[in-house]
Design a protein around this ligand. Structure first.
Ligand code: UFG
Length: 360
């Protein structure tokens, strides 16, 4: 029995694939590579020494996705595939509703048809909107404040309805706080398109010399040093959280949401200091006004995940920064250079529905 991982080539998806393979799971990856690179999966194979089937398929393409369900005995699904840029979602809301929501509905419809009812869903702390009640607990009133966040919130509601209609579904909704870091090998990590929007990839690109200085958005928040406070979580801890959630959905029925965070908040300036220590590089900063829509402070109460999933984050910010730096230093252009070589020589994306094996 296999685990289907949609969006498995992405940042969190690729790290989760490594942990799944290391635990001995058989995995099938579906990814349309619209925002990720096949090279990430090649490196997942390299890190784990294991091969697995990859389908370069869009979850919106029901016929091609159905071939995956009919070709394999799938036990459970971990669903990462989706767009995730907050700013872009404000400019192109329909693109986000179409891709994230319709994609999930198509997937669940096929899961229903093939009687696969175990699902781990990639949600986000963004569903809480701008709550000032910290630490945030799961039963806080949801209120996403942008289209991206609303897609996650709406999908959560769809999954609740699905479970209500058929209680044999077993669904874990994972609300991520701020994932950073990279695999300790330095072979896989976050590879944002263009200029990063998020703090950690921005800092690491300043450290490696690709960007000149970090703009700090606001130093007049009611926080320890006036800059925004977030709950940064190592992507490998997050990936392990998916395995714990998978074990849970495989052994129970129900639908439950879990915060995946550390429960600790760090300010922008604390993160800059930690990154300078880890990298030995100085990060020039420029103070600027607040970024619209940003909360002062956001961190999780992660005790539900500890109690019910037996999961808790173990990696601190020094490890997060050291691992981010190793990835950035070794791959200053992310996966880009290698991608050009692959596409230049031959395209592995030949027969979508047939899939291909990595490594080839
Ligand atoms: N920040 C800067 N300068 C930058 C980028 C960010 O000062 O160049 C600050 C922000 O103002 C904020 C903190 O760094 O105080 C973290 O910002 P990020 O953009 O890294 O992360 P956010 O907390 O804004 O949002 C992230 C994801 C969302 C997700 C949310 C979950 O981008 O998709 O975490 O809490 F929903």
């Amino acid at each position: 029995m296999a685990i289907l991982v949609t969006g498995g080539a992405g940042y969190i998806g690729s790290h989760t694939c490594v942990e799944l393979l290391n635990e001995g799971y058989e995995i099938i990856v579906v990814d349309n590579f619209s925002n990720s690179k096949p090279e990430a999966l090649k490196r997942v194979s390299e890190i784990t020494g294991k091969s697995f089937k990859i389908y370069p398929v869009d979850v919106l393409n029901k016929d091609e996705l159905e071939e995956v369900f009919s070709n394999h005995k799938i036990d459970s699904v971990i669903h990462f595939a989706g767009f995730k840029a907050v700013g872009e979602s404000v400019t192109f809301p329909l693109k986000y509703y179409q891709n994230n929501i319709t994609g999930t509905v198509v997937l669940c419809d096929l899961m229903k048809k093939y009687k696969v009812k175990n699902l781990v869903f990639s949600s986000s702390a963004t569903v809480y909107g701008s709550t000032d009640q910290v630490p945030i607990v799961e039963n806080t009133q949801l209120g996403a404040v942008n289209p991206y966040g609303r897609t996650k919130q709406m999908i959560e509601e769809i999954l609740q309805d699905l479970h209500h209609s058929d209680p044999t579904w077993s669904i874990a909704i994972l609300r991520y706080f701020n994932p950073i870091g990279a695999h300790e090998s330095g072979r896989i990590g976050e590879d944002p398109n263009g200029i990063p929007n998020n703090l950690m990839p921005y800092i690491s690109q300043v450290a490696v010399g690709k960007l000149q200085k970090l703009t700090v958005f606001g130093n007049d928040y009611p926080t320890k040093d006036g800059t925004g406070v977030r709950d940064y979580i190592h992507v490998v801890d997050l990936a392990i959280g998916h395995l714990k959630a998978l074990e849970n959905v495989q052994s129970t029925c129900g639908v439950d949401a879990y915060n995946l965070g550390t429960g600790k908040g760090y300010s922008v300036l604390e993160m800059v200091g930690a990154f300078e220590n880890a990298s030995g590089k100085s990060i020039p900063i420029r103070l600027s006004k607040r970024r619209p829509g940003d909360a002062a402070t956001c961190f999780a109460n992660p005790s539900k995940a500890k109690e019910k999933l037996n999961w808790q984050a173990t990696r601190g910010i020094n490890v997060m920064c050291a691992d981010t730096w190793r990835w950035q230093r070794n791959n200053p252009d992310g996966y880009e250079k290698v991608l050009k070589t692959i596409i230049g020589s031959h395209s592995p994306v030949q027969n979508h529905a047939a899939g291909f094996l990595m490594p080839e």
